[in-house]
Design a protein around this ligand. Structure first.
Ligand SMILES: [Zn+2]
Ligand SMILES: [Zn+2]
Length: 249
């Protein structure tokens, strides 16, 4: 039951096979969607998850490829008669922008709209945002072009810890969040300011002590073999490239 599903694996530019980066942490009790740069409804259907099974939404940062489809996601939930409240977590500045985006569509006037609870997360420290019997989810600040959080999911019954770096360059904050992870999902759109290269991704995985590195949010125009080789030069564990609908555990 517990697993991590990559719903979209692309960086800011999507393509025919890859939607913008978003993923699901799923346990018996909670279904946590991370980001919604595009409407996840189609990919969720393919993953066997109904849009209204989502219990929690984490917005990592206010770039369009990570939260551009928020109004559409909430509208579809509403049209499909959602009744349960939805928790939306993010940095205060991210939630502020999310509200601006939603207000364009006058969402507060949608009839019989379900409850939405905005939950601000820490800008400075790793924080537990959800602690269910099978799944614990934490967030922590990482270093990107704008304020951003990474997300760590601990699947308690299967002893798997999966950390998603989200967008960002290597940083002490990411190292702290990822420490002790079994699987590191690492953006690899770099090198360059605010991003991580496949070579650096391998180094982050080593510091985390991970056994598996999943490169995500990478430039699809680059040769896959080249990116994998760069990571393998710095990390001796398993390295794979994220693809849409990949199930990790
Ligand atoms: Zn991005
Ligand atoms: Zn970004």
């Amino acid at each position: 039951m517990e697993h991590t599903v990559i719903l979209g694996s692309a960086f800011a530019v999507a393509n025919a096979e890859q939607e913008n980066a978003h993923l699901l942490f799923k346990s018996a009790e909670r279904v946590v969607l991370v980001d919604c740069g595009n409407n996840p409804v189609g990919k969720l259907e393919k993953a066997g998850v109904h849009i209204n099974q989502i219990t929690d939404l984490v917005l990592t940062h206010a770039h369009a490829d990570h939260m551009g489809a928020l109004p559409l996601l909430l509208m579809d939930m509403w049209l499909l008669k959602r009744t349960a409240a939805l928790k939306i977590y993010g940095l205060p500045v991210t939630l502020e922008k999310a509200n601006v985006l939603l207000d364009i569509f006058a969402w507060k006037k949608w009839e019989e709209m379900f409850g939405v609870e905005f939950v601000p997360v820490s800008e400075t420290a790793v924080e537990t945002i959800l602690d269910a019997s099978t799944l614990r989810v934490q967030t922590g600040p990482v270093v990107h072009l704008i304020p951003t959080i990474g997300v760590r999911a601990e699947f308690k019954e299967i002893h798997e810890v999966v950390t998603y770096s989200c967008d960002g360059e290597p940083s002490a904050g990411l190292d702290q969040l990822a420490k002790g992870s079994t699987v590191l999902i690492q953006e690899a759109a770099g090198p360059g300011k605010g991003h991580t290269s496949p070579t650096e991704a391998g180094q982050v995985a080593v510091r985390a002590g991970a056994r598996k590195l999943v490169l995500m949010h990478y430039d699809a125009a680059r040769a896959e073999t080249e990116m994998l080789a760069e990571s393998k030069a710095t990390f001796s564990g398993e390295v794979v490239l994220a693809k849409d609908l990949m199930v990790l555990n």
